[in-house]
Design a protein around this ligand. Structure first.
Ligand code: PMP
Length: 693
């Protein structure tokens, strides 16, 4: 058809905008998979085609029936009404050069495995459909492997953490070299529907027995989950879905929680190291929080007029953290959303820089991930289906801690409304790029962009002054949540007057001619300053104030003991597991074998330790020394059990088939030795910070 070349041109534009490949470099006979497209990108392509060409091409059809631009164009041509001109899609005006993250190596053509198209009969039996799925996934896996190989060798990915410079960060319990292997954390992944097992007979047998035992122990949780699934949609129920252990995929349903313990509907007791995703800094139901809540309940739920505690909580927060003003909402997500709105209002700019490996909640405007295109450049793409590219067009994602990212921020500094960081990334607690953060502070200070610290996890947990105190950096806007509400849903936007004044116009008095002068933006919410939330925050912040930095120091010490003891055990037993931590936030990390890590947590569950699916672990002030010893012993038992089942390599004394992980013994300097003790947290930098308040 004469329309086909036009259709192909339009399709090339669509693919180019999504992949970063120049239209002239797109091979119309290459399959999407050969071009390196992942399923999410293809889903977006299918949406874009339907929007721009008015022809619906289901995602599956892109994978299976029209896998090349030429075959797709022929299909679209047939679908378009006979004499319709092709809707013309102009290539977008030359975009600003996407951030170049590294001296880009010449794009290596990824050697693709030959794609053997198995003829698939059209009667669509289950077996055939599955075979087809596996074939597609095998191809995708090859692409991903090829990509991962490339990404890992890129200089940015191997950037070692800047050593702590100001003499106060607790030292990582693992050496930085374990970091180089890692891909940055990405909060959303499509459900893995693969049915391949890849287990040996011994492993399968072990898994079957584990499933049986855990199912028996937690049968009521499982039964209730199934009973309510038709009515109750919960993404957490399918996080980390694997057909292999789908019988274990349900949350334990809990009836009671006190201190460091929880009890499920089957009557099992667990030591909780999830601690409300970090919000239960003082454990479950501490007396001083419960008293505050009960007192408030006794006075009724005064939603509407001003809260009698909000002003006091804001003042106390300013005192503890050094921020100038603060305001309240109900979640970390809202706090981050508002922080960006304030940054944009005050600077009059729109662009935001943020970083790989961070998590900032679920506001659409931060739901991005970095995708390295075939040209080697990191592009910012929507994190998940349903996030339109238009909503994140002013967001750029850069590699966290990489010098190249600083260069890009410098280049764009004049147009940035804000630079958003999770200074201590909850998924990488061992990574503390203090020099990087200081440099970002310098650049944003000079350019007038807001430096935004997302302290939803780190706030109050590591130090009363949070990550600002740890890194000795004053941010412009700081978001808090979690620990500040001690289990109640809270979000706090705090920071310098220049920014927070955009909430209410800033300071003014009665009886004179003053008025709220600052330009304001929109910020309201039915449940903001909820009486129960304010009561909990008031009790929590007072407890933090009255306890002094010793509260965090003791907690950090306990966590360091846990990490050190377990890491010594792992090393001694030649297990590739590690505990990585920053203070009381820690993760179990297996640099060699992520694939079966979920089984490790099911072993812990069976032994009475509860860890949620996101696997960030926390200890609270309610965790006793006995709790820590219990945890250590159960982790050791889990390792022994797993090894008996053929996981985690062979036990010491046996010849291991897995390559040994290199753990260099780097001698510590005297200064570092002193720093090793987290009790030193409140030293030099902390004093400097406190003096600056
Ligand atoms: N920022 C960070 C750093 C977080 O870890 C989270 C959630 N864990 C959020 C923001 C969002 O907080 P919330 O879940 O309260 O919306």
């Amino acid at each position: 058809s004469t329309r086909e070349p036009e259709i192909i041109a339009t399709l090339k534009t669509i693919v180019s905008e999504m992949s970063g490949i120049r239209p002239s470099d797109i091979d119309v006979d290459a399959t999407f998979i050969e071009m390196g497209a992942e399923s999410l990108l293809m889903l977006q392509a299918s949406q874009a085609i339907s929007e721009k060409l008015n022809v619906k091409v289901p995602f599956r059809a892109l994978m299976e029936e029209y896998p090349t631009l030429r075959s797709l164009a022929t299909y679209i041509d047939k679908k378009l009404p006979a004499f319709d001109p092709v809707p013309v899609v102009q290539p977008a005006p030359a975009p600003e050069p996407p951030p170049v993250l590294q001296p880009v190596e010449p794009v290596k053509q990824i050697a693709m495995p030959p794609v053997v198209q198995q003829p698939i009969a059209s009667n669509g039996s289950l077996e055939q459909i599955m075979a087809q799925q596996l074939q597609i996934m095998a191809q995708q896996l090859e692409v991903m492997r090829a990509r991962q190989g490339r990404v890992t060798t890129a200089p940015v990915a191997t950037q070692p953490a800047a050593p702590p410079t100001n003499g106060k960060l607790p030292q990582p319990e693992t050496k930085p070299e374990t970091k180089t292997e890692e891909q940055p954390f990405v909060p959303f992944r499509p459900i893995n529907k693969s049915i391949t097992t890849g287990l040996t007979e011994q492993q399968q047998h072990h898994l079957d027995a584990l499933i049986e035992r855990v199912n028996k122990r937690t049968q009521k949780s499982k039964q209730l989950t199934q009973e309510y699934r038709p009515y109750f949609a919960d993404s957490r129920e399918v996080a980390g879905f694997r057909s292999l252990w789908k019988e274990l995929l349900y949350l334990i349903i809990v009836e009671q929680a006190i201190g460091s313990k929880i009890w499920d509907v089957d009557g099992n007791e667990y030591l909780d190291i999830t601690m409300g995703f970090g919000s239960l800094l003082f454990g479950h139901s501490p007396d001083f929080i419960m008293d505050g809540l009960q007192e408030q309940v006794a006075h009724g739920m005064q939603l509407g007029p001003q809260s009698h505690l909000a002003g006091k909580v804001a003042k106390l927060l300013c005192e503890l953290t050094g921020v100038e003003r603060a305001t309240f909402c109900n979640s970390g997500t809202e706090a981050v959303m508002t922080a960006l709105r304030l940054a944009r209002t005050v600077t009059g700019r729109t662009k935001i820089a943020m970083f790989t490996g961070s998590f900032h909640g679920t506001f659409d405007g931060v739901l991005v991930r970095g995708e390295r295109g075939a040209d080697g450049k990191l592009r910012t793409v929507p994190l998940a289906p349903g996030v339109p590219p238009s909503i994140i067009q002013d967001v750029m994602i850069l590699d966290y801690g990489a010098p190249e990212s600083l260069e890009i921020v410098r280049q764009h500094a004049h147009e940035l409304a804000g630079v958003l960081v999770e200074p201590l990334q909850s998924r990488r607690p061992d990574n503390r790029p203090s020099e990087f953060l200081s440099e970002l502070r310098r650049i944003t200070e000079e350019s007038g962009a807001a430096f935004i610290f997302d302290e939803v996890v780190s706030g109050f947990r590591l130090h009363p002054g949070g990550a600002q105190a740890l890194f000795n950096i004053r941010a412009d806007i700081v978001t808090y949540g979690k620990a500040a509400g001690a289990g109640m849903p809270i979000g706090i936007i705090a920071g310098k007057r220049a920014y927070i004044d955009a909430i209410d116009g800033g300071m003014w008095q009665y009886g004179d001619t003053s008025y709220p002068r600052a330009d304001t933006t929109f910020f309201v919410g039915t449940f903001f300053k909820h009486p129960l939330v304010m009561a909990a925050a008031w009790a929590a912040l007072n407890h933090i104030k009255n306890s002094g930095p010793q509260l965090q120091e003791r907690l950090n010490e306990k966590a360091s003991y846990l990490a050190r003891t377990l890491n010594e055990y792992f090393q001694q037993e030649e297990v590739s597991l590690r505990v990585v931590n920053c203070g009381s936030l820690f993760r179990f990390h297996n640099p060699q074998d992520q694939k079966y890590m979920d089984l490790f947590f099911y072993h812990l569950l069976e032994k009475g330790i509860y860890v949620w699916e996101g696997r960030n672990c926390f200890i609270s002030t309610a965790h006793t020394d006995e709790d820590i010893e219990f945890l250590i012993s159960k982790v050791k038992e889990a390792v022994v059990d797993m090894r008996a089942g053929g996981f985690l390599g062979e036990a010491k004394g046996h010849k291991s088939t897995a390559p040994a992980i290199e753990v260099k013994q780097v001698p510590l300097t005297e200064g570092q030795r002193q720093l090793w003790s987290v009790a030193q947290l409140g030293d030099q930098a902390s004093r400097a910070y406190n003096e600056s308040l």
